[in-house]
Design a protein around this ligand. Sequence first.
Ligand SMILES: O=C([C@H](O)CO)[C@H](O)[C@H](O)COP(=O)(O)O
Length: 215
Amino acid sequence: MARPLIQMALDSLDFDQTVALADQVAPYVDIFEIGTPCIKYNGINLVKALRQRYPDKLLLVDLKTMDAGEYEAGAFYAAGADICTVLGVSGLATIAGVIKAAKKHAAETQIDLINVADKAECARESVKLGAQIVGIHTGLDAQAAGQTPFGDLNDIARLGLGVRISVAGGIKQATVQQVVEAGANIIVVGAAIYGAPSPAEAAREIRELVDAAAV
Ligand SMILES: O=C([C@H](O)CO)[C@H](O)[C@H](O)COP(=O)(O)O
């Protein structure tokens, strides 16, 4: 199995705390995600700052684009994003726009299936359009209501779409092995790392668990 990637969800609103957290976990993660609240609050300058500080890390900007796909995402790819997210519920025209912007910058597009009714259909159509990553995502509010991403992950993995699958939604040490075995290629972790007494130690543990589950 190819080594799954670990994506650190940087969900603070504070610019300096976001950069400091990135510094702490950098040795253990592959992708820095600038989370949706964080990018809305801090804007494109944070993308530029992390790009400059970490030229060799993958940088995902969790735009969750809903409209004006090419126009909105284009600026973030130009600023250094390797991956931008677009909502599956936005529809195929918007998804196609983000994919077009990504191609201009030799970058990638992730479809976020959050709140999509027919996730299999949306994933299939998005992949046909050229999306490289399908994101199974139980958002923070849905998590608070008791939902998890595990059932959807199994359903999408079974489709064999031939693209990477990302999973997000309360993933922690106890569930890392399960999501790797279910077929996730990108493991997104936020609160289990930034909420830990030592984020670096939590990230190191998750790295070990992911690598052990992937052999
Ligand atoms: O994408 C996220 C959320 O919608 C806010 O932007 C989180 O970054 C994602 O859910 C990962 O965080 P945890 O669920 O805390 O692991």
